[in-house]
Design a protein around this ligand. Structure first.
Ligand SMILES: [Cu+2]
Length: 126
């Protein structure tokens, strides 16, 4: 009996230890999000970020046909007006990974009419 309760205590200790380890390592591990999930970076992706909680360091993976689309980093105004400024960083590889920084980030596709068809996202990373 004494032996059994001893190993139960050891098991509990081990369990608590593992939980502590998870609690410590979890914030370090960044989450990678595939923008638009299976559909990828595409029309009407605008609402995809809804309900997700992004953290600084998380990675957004933009998958798309590079002949048809691109990803421009824009300001809030650029997001709402669907216009990238001349200084905007534009990703165009078709498989772009962008690491989020704390705060608001805005991305649009600059191909004519695409942003107006919902090819835009606003992200808030904490
Ligand atoms: Cu596009």
């Amino acid at each position: 009996m004494a032996h059994r309760s001893g190993s139960a205590k050891l098991g509990l200790l081990l369990g608590v230890g593992i939980l502590c380890l998870l609690a410590i390592t979890k914030p370090i591990l960044a989450t990678e999000y595939t923008v638009g999930d299976a559909a990828g970076w595409s029309f009407n992706v605008e609402n995809w970020p809804n309900g997700k909680s992004f953290k600084a360091g998380d990675v957004l993976a933009f998958n798309y046909d590079k002949a048809q689309h691109n990803v421009a980093v824009v300001s809030k105004e650029g997001y709402h007006s669907c216009k990238a400024s001349s200084g905007s960083k534009v990703y165009k590889s078709g498989h772009d990974q962008i690491t989020l920084v704390k705060g608001q980030s805005y991305y649009i596709c600059t191909f004519p009419g695409h942003c107006d068809r919902g090819m835009k996202i606003a992200i808030n990373a904490t």
